[in-house]
Design a protein around this ligand. Structure first.
Ligand SMILES: Cc1cc2nc3c(=O)[nH]c(=O)nc-3n(C[C@H](O)[C@H](O)[C@H](O)COP(=O)(O)O)c2cc1C
Length: 241
């Protein structure tokens, strides 16, 4: 049972969670309306209830808004234009076919929603650049981790991030997780005065999404449960009548 302050049935709790989890999307056009600091802190507090291996809680978060965010965005946009970060290697090369197919499908849907021809490299670069101004969001987050930790602990910051996005969405606040920041760790670390043991894992935009923006209306499909899960040891489901 989930204990709630008010008398909600288990079904109501399940529906609320499913509704919020299902409503989260990566949003890439925001209203500039600011978010209250207390609201952001509440979301972070809920995010920090995420599990972590041996409860080491490896997440570190830099929340930027106002001029701090704008200055960081200016630095990153300039660095992106100058090509001064190592080429991103978020995926292995070659990427196995099963993933390549999904990545290609993502690109087709994403650029179509923006009216960008997939062969129009300058237009795609301009769109990628939007990452670094946090897609116009009033709040940006940089999530870092101690570089001495092993990949195992990176799972923890992923769980933290998902908690954060769900806690935000439950309040009508949209987000976009962004690995695009990772190659710009040097510029970010310098601007935010990160200690040397920290490394930028990813960033995130946060604010109220613009519901009119076409890019926010795209839905990314998911594989079906029966295609990604093998469910073993249960009684066979009843034959359809
Ligand atoms: C770890 C991670 C990194 C991501 N990096 C970026 C990014 O740099 N820029 C971006 O626009 N979207 C980024 N995304 C968003 C994904 O493209 C998005 O989650 C995926 O297409 C599924 O769409 P949905 O989040 O709307 O369900 C990232 C998502 C994750 C989980």
């Amino acid at each position: 049972m989930v204990q709630t302050a008010i008398e909600w049935s288990q079904e109501t709790v399940a529906r609320c969670v499913a509704t919020v989890v299902g409503a989260r999307r990566s949003v890439r056009a925001f209203s500039p309306d600011p978010l209250r600091r207390e609201l952001v802190e509440q979301i972070l507090e809920e995010a920090a209830t995420a599990p972590s291996g041996a409860n080491i809680q490896p997440w570190r978060v830099y929340v930027v808004s106002g001029t701090v965010k704008d200055e960081l965005a200016d630095i990153l946009v300039a660095a992106f234009r100058a090509g001064s970060a190592p080429a991103p290697a978020h995926f292995p090369d070659p990427l196995p076919d099963v993933f390549r197919t999904r990545l290609t499908d993502f690109g087709a849907r994403y650029y179509a929603s923006l009216g960008i021809d997939r062969n129009d490299t300058p237009a795609r670069m301009r769109q990628t650049e939007q990452n670094f101004s946090f897609f116009g969001a009033p709040v940006g987050l940089i999530i870092s981790i101690d570089r001495r930790l092993k990949p195992h602990s990176w799972i923890d910051i992923g769980l933290f991030a998902q908690n954060l996005m769900i806690a935000a969405k439950a309040r009508g606040i949209d987000t976009c997780p962004q690995v695009a920041f990772a190659p710009f760790h040097d510029q970010i670390a310098s601007h935010l005065h990160m200690p040397p043991e920290e490394v930028t894992a990813f960033g995130m935009s946060m604010g109220c999404g613009d519901p009119e923006a076409k890019v926010n209306q795209t839905r990314m499909p998911r594989e079906r449960v029966q295609d990604f899960a093998r469910i073993l040891g249960f009684p066979a489901p009843p034959a359809p009548r």
